[in-house]
Design a protein around this ligand. Structure first.
Ligand SMILES: [Ca+2]
Ligand SMILES: [Ca+2]
Length: 155
């Protein structure tokens, strides 16, 4: 009897945890995707694999569109306070930025901070948003371990 009560309680807590995560952790700005910030400092590859744990990738569709990012910034205020990796790199060919979905970065999508991308030191190939609280992008070394992760998955 006692054990079954404990079991029920554990089950209830488990269910609540799932509901809370679904309700509060992921935010959908209405573009068919939902967003979540992992608020620990990571390099790019760690960020990518951390998002994968949640069945997500580093955000691609959101950062392609400023209106969507504005909504995300309002609902996930951490995105206005901290810098975070997005799914964009020029690892294959320097200067040619490719989104995580395999599409090339277009002029319309570009959101670089002034004087970026700098490819500083010749090896900045991974992109983070909200550089110096600008809401804009900077190319960082991929092994720079000081950014959060903006994860995205289909709604
Ligand atoms: Ca580069
Ligand atoms: Ca840079």
């Amino acid at each position: 009897m006692f054990l079954s009560k404990v079991f029920s309680l554990v089950l209830l807590i488990g269910l609540l945890h799932v509901v809370v995560q679904a309700e509060y952790s992921w935010y959908g700005p209405g573009n068919g995707y939902v967003y979540f910030v992992i608020n620990t400092n990571m390099d790019y590859d760690e960020a990518e694999s951390q998002c994968r744990i949640y069945g997500a990738t580093l955000a691609v569709q959101g950062p392609k569109d400023r209106k969507t990012m504005k909504k995300i910034n309002e609902r996930l205020p951490v995105t206005t306070r901290e810098a975070y990796w997005i799914g964009l790199t020029d690892r294959v060919t320097n200067g040619q930025f490719i989104w995580g979905d395999g599409t090339p970065l277009t002029n319309k999508q570009k959101n670089w901070r002034v004087n970026e991308p700098s490819n500083y030191g010749g090896y900045e190939d991974c992109v983070g948003e909200n550089f110096s609280h600008s809401l804009k992008w900077n190319d960082y070394p991929c092994d720079y371990g000081e950014l959060y992760a903006l994860c995205e998955r289909p709604e």
